[in-house]
Design a protein around this ligand. Structure first.
Ligand SMILES: Cc1ncc(COP(=O)(O)O)c(C=O)c1O
Length: 379
C-alpha cells in the first residue's frame, strides 16, 4: 500500500551507509569495538553507569527479569495496555504477570494506585512501560517499590531520550530496556539496550547476554584470553557490529529528531483542538520531556473505530492501534479475562495512533487533521 502519510518512517542516510560500510571493511562483524563505543555513548547519553547492547528489547526485558530474580511462584505487576513483549518477558522466567489498570484518559500509563492494590506476598517486581515515550509517575513508583522491597524494571522501548525531573527514563528503576526496532525513535532494524547503575546487575547481564561465558570471542581475538568458563545459564542475545554502527549514528541524530517529534506533537494538539475538538489527546499535562514516540488520540465514545480507520486509509493516511490489551489475548487466560481493568478496556477500544516521524511536515499534520474531520462526519 502506497500511503500519502505513513504511520512512521526512518531517518537513514549517507551516514548510516558509511557506518555499515566501515564495519564491513573492518572484517569484524560480531560484538567488538563498535559495540563497546555504542554502549559507552548510550550510557553517557542516558546518564547510566552501564549499558549492555542486545538483540532487541524483548531480550533486554527477559534478561532484566532474570537478573531481578524472577522465577516460578513470583509475580510481577505490569500494564496490559502495552506490547505483549512486556508480559512475555515475565513469563519466560516462570513468573506470572499481574495486570494493573492505567491511570485515565489523560495518562495512559500504569496507575500507582492500581499497582499498590495488586501487591501481595508473591510480588517481586514492577515492570513499568512509558507509553508513547510519556513518563510513568516514577517518583511515586520508586517510593512504593522501595517501601515494599520490589525491583523496578522500566520498559523504555518508546522512551529513548525521554526525561522526568531531569532524569532520563530507563534510569529511574533498577534496570531500563530500550528497543531499536524499525519503527522506534532510533533504529538498528532489530536491536535493544539494557542500562543499570548497579555493578552487580551489570556483571550478571553481561554474562547472561552471552551464554554465561567468562570471556568472549572478541577477548580471545584481542589475545586477552585462551579459554573460558560458563558460570551461569545464559543466552545468545548479542548484538552485532553492523547494528551497533547504525546505533551510534542514530543516537547522534536522536536529540534533534525527538525535538522535531515534540514540535509536531504540539502542532497536532493545536490543530486537533481546532478541527476535531471531540477527539481527546492524552498527556496534555505531562510533567516530563517526552520522546514523543507515538501520537495517540481517543475517539469520542460511540465512534466505530474500524470505520474511522478505514476512512483514514481511503484518504491515504495510515493509522494504528496501541494496543489490544494483553489480558484479552488467547495466550493470556485463554481470552477469558479474570481482570477488572475498566480504564484499559475503555481506552483500548477508542485509541487510534496517528502518523508521527521527524520528516513529517507541518502541513502533513494539517492533512491528517482534515482527514480526521472528514472521517468523523456522521454517515
Ligand atoms: C512497549 C514495548 N515493549 C517491548 C517491545 C519489544 O521490542 P523489540 O521489538 O525490540 O523486542 C516493544 C516493541 O514494539 C514495545 O513497544
Amino acid at each position: 500500500m502506497q500511503w500519502k502519510i505513513p504511520l512512521s518512517d526512518i531517518d537513514f542516510g549517507q551516514e548510516e551507509r558509511a557506518a555499515v560500510d566501515s564495519v564491513l571493511q573492518s572484517r569484524w562483524l560480531t560484538m567488538g569495538s563498535v559495540t563497546d563505543e555504542f554502549e559507552q555513548s548510550f550510557a553517557a547519553y542516558v546518564g547510566a553507569k552501564y549499558a549492555i547492547a542486545v538483540t532487541n528489547a524483548t531480550a533486554a526485558l527477559h534478561l532484566a527479569c532474570v537478573a531481578a530474580g524472577l522465577g516460578a511462584g513470583d509475580e510481577a505487576i505490569v500494564p496490559s495496555l502495552t506490547f505483549v513483549a512486556t508480559a512475555n518477558a515475565v513469563r519466560y522466567t516462570g513468573a506470572t504477570p499481574i495486570f494493573a489498570d492505567i491511570a485515565g484518559e489523560q495518562d495512559l500509563n500504569i496507575s500507582v494506585h492500581a499497582i499498590e492494590k495488586a501487591i501481595n506476598k508473591r510480588t517481586r517486581a514492577i515492570v513499568v512501560v512509558h507509553y508513547g515515550g510519556y513518563a510513568c509517575d516514577m517518583p511515586s513508583i520508586m517510593e512504593l517499590a522501595r517501601e515494599r522491597g520490589l525491583k523496578v524494571i522500566e520498559d523504555a522501548a518508546h522512551a529513548v531520550g525521554s526525561e522526568l525531573g531531569g532524569i532520563k527514563l530507563g534510569t529511574w528503576g533498577d534496570m531500563g530496556c530500550y528497543s531499536f526496532f524499525s519503527n522506534k525513535n532510533m533504529t538498528t532494524g532489530e536491536g535493544g539496550m539494557l542500562v543499570t547503575n548497579d555493578e552487580a546487575y551489570s556483571k550478571r547481564l553481561h554474562l547472561l547476554r552471552s551464554h554465561g561465558m567468562t570471556s568472549l570471542t572478541w577477548d580471545r581475538h584481542k589475545g586477552h584470553a585462551w579459554s573460558y568458563d560458563v558460570v551461569d545459564l545464559g543466552y545468545n542475545y548479542r548484538i552485532d557490529e553492523i547494528r551497533a554502527a547504525l546505533g551510534k549514528v542514530q543516537l547522534a541524530k536522536l536529540p534533534a529528531n525527538n525535538e522535531r517529534r515534540r514540535r509536531l506533537t504540539q502542532i497536532y494538539r493545536d490543530v486537533l483542538q481546532e478541527l476535531v475538538p471531540q477527539v481527546v489527546v492524552p498527556f496534555a499535562n505531562h510533567a516530563g520531556i517526552s520522546a514523543a514516540h507515538l501520537m495517540p488520540v481517543l475517539l469520542p465514545a460511540g465512534t466505530t473505530r474500524s470505520s474511522f480507520m478505514e476512512s483514514m486509509k481511503s484518504q491515504g493516511i495510515q493509522t494504528s492501534i496501541h494496543y489490544p490489551p494483553i489480558h484479552t489475548f488467547t495466550a493470556y487466560n485463554n481470552g477469558k479475562t479474570k481482570y477488572s481493568l475498566p480504564i484499559t478496556e475503555d481506552i483500548a477500544e477508542r485509541e487510534v495512533t496517528l502518523p508521527l516521524y521527524p520528516a513529517m511536515s507541518d502541513e502533513d499534520v494539517f492533512t491528517v487533521a482534515r482527514a480526521m474531520a472528514h472521517a468523523l462526519i456522521p454517515a
